[in-house]
Design a protein around this ligand. Structure first.
Ligand SMILES: Cc1cc2nc3c(=O)[nH]c(=O)nc-3n(C[C@H](O)[C@H](O)[C@H](O)COP(=O)(O)O)c2cc1C
Length: 283
C-alpha cells in the first residue's frame, strides 16, 4: 500500500489470526523500528518486540480498555528525556504503525498510562521511562465472523468516528472554524485519521500567517478523570504529528514540525482550554 493510503486507511484491529508473522516480515518490522525518526534527538528511546504468550491478557496487564482477541505480537516502546517524551513516543510509534500497515500488517495501540509503574517493573525499564501505549500487531482475522467481532469491539472501544475537518481547523483565529485551504486539505485529512486513546481526538489546528500550529485540549472527558490519563493528549498529539509528517513525505512537500510550549514566544492567541504543541514549518 502506498504511504498516503496507509495513513488514510489504517484502522485499529482488535481481532487477530493468532499465528506469528513470518520471520521475514518480522525482520522488516525490526528494520522499520530501527529507522523511526525522533522528534527530540536527545530523548533516549528503546523498543522491544515481544510475542504474546497464549492466554495472556494484555489489556488487564497493561491497563488498556476493551478487548483484543488473539494478537500474536506487540511492541513496548519507552522514552527517557526531559522534553516531550510522550509526544516523541506517539510520533515514533505511529510512524512504525503506518509502515506496518503498508506491509499489510494490522495494528492497535493499547494505552498503559494508568499502569506505567507496573509496566516499568514488568519490562525492567528505567524508573524515569515513559511508555504511554503498546502497539499490538499481527494479521487481522479476515473471516466474516472475525470482521464482525472486530467491528463490535471497535464500537465498544470508543468508536472510530472522526471529527470533521471544520471541527478541528481554524483559519486566522479561533473565532473562525473553517475548512482547510486546498493546499492543506490532504495534510489535515491525514491528521484527522490519526488514532487516539478512547478516540478522544484532542488535536486542533490554527492556520495563521502561513503557519500551521497544532494545539491539544488540556482536558478531554473521553480520557477519564485521572490527571495521568489526560496525558494521553501528548501521546495522541505526537501520533497526529507523525501522520502529518508522513503525509508531507508521501506528497513530496518539504516541511518539519517544531515543538512549542506555553512559554515559546510568538505562539498565537488561543483559548485557555488549549495547549500549544508544535508548529509546522513548510518550506
Ligand atoms: C494511545 C492510545 C491508546 C489506546 N488504547 C486502546 C485500548 O486500550 N484498547 C482498545 O481497544 N483500543 C485502544 N486504542 C485505539 C483507539 O480506541 C482508536 O484509535 C480510536 O477508537 C479510533 O479508531 P481507529 O484507530 O480505528 O481510527 C488506543 C489508541 C491510542 C492512540
Amino acid at each position: 500500500m502506498d504511504l498516503y493510503s496507509a495513513i488514510i486507511n489504517r484502522e485499529s484491529v482488535r481481532r487477530y489470526r493468532g499465528e506469528s508473522l513470518h520471520k521475514q516480515l518480522l525482520d522488516m518490522i525490526d528494520e522499520i523500528v530501527d529507522h523511526s525518526r525522533p522528534l527530540v534527538e536527545e530523548n533516549r528511546f528503546r523498543i522491544m518486540r515481544r510475542d504474546v504468550v497464549t492466554g495472556e491478557d494484555l489489556i488487564a496487564a497493561m491497563g488498556g480498555y476493551g478487548r483484543i482477541l488473539t494478537p500474536p505480537h506487540y511492541l513496548v516502546a519507552s522514552a527517557v528525556g526531559d522534553r516531550a517524551p510522550l509526544v516523541d513516543l506517539g510520533y515514533r510509534m505511529e510512524q512504525i504503525a503506518i509502515q506496518m500497515v503498508q506491509l499489510g500488517v494490522s495494528v492497535c495501540f493499547i494505552g498503559s498510562l494508568n499502569r506505567e509503574a507496573n509496566v516499568r517493573v514488568r519490562f525492567r525499564l528505567n524508573r524515569q521511562a515513559r511508555t504511554g501505549a503498546f502497539l499490538i500487531f499481527g494479521h487481522a482475522a479476515e473471516t466474516v465472523p472475525g470482521r464482525t467481532i472486530n467491528a463490535v469491539i471497535r464500537k465498544a472501544s470508543g468508536g472510530a468516528a472522526k471529527l470533521e475537518a471544520k471541527d478541528v481547523f481554524y483559519d486566522g483565529s479561533f473565532e473562525q472554524p473553517a475548512l482547510p485551504p486546498k493546499a492543506l486539505m490532504k495534510l489535515i485529512e491525514a491528521a484527522r485519521r490519526a488514532p487516539s486513546a478512547n478516540n478522544a481526538q484532542p488535536w486542533r489546528f490554527l492556520w495563521q500567517a502561513g503557519t500551521l500550529t497544532l494545539f491539544v485540549q488540556k482536558y478531554n472527558p473521553r480520557y477519564g478523570n485521572k490527571a495521568e490519563l489526560q496525558e494521553y493528549r501528548y501521546f495522541d498529539g505526537g501520533i497526529c504529528m507523525a501522520n502529518v509528517a508522513l503525509a508531507l513525505e508521501a506528497l513530496g512537500i518539504p516541511g518539519d514540525w517544531e515543538l512549542l510550549n506555553t512559554s515559546t514566544l510568538g505562539v498565537p492567541d488561543h483559548p485557555a482550554a488549549l495547549e500549544p504543541l508544535a508548529k509546522l514549518k513548510l518550506s
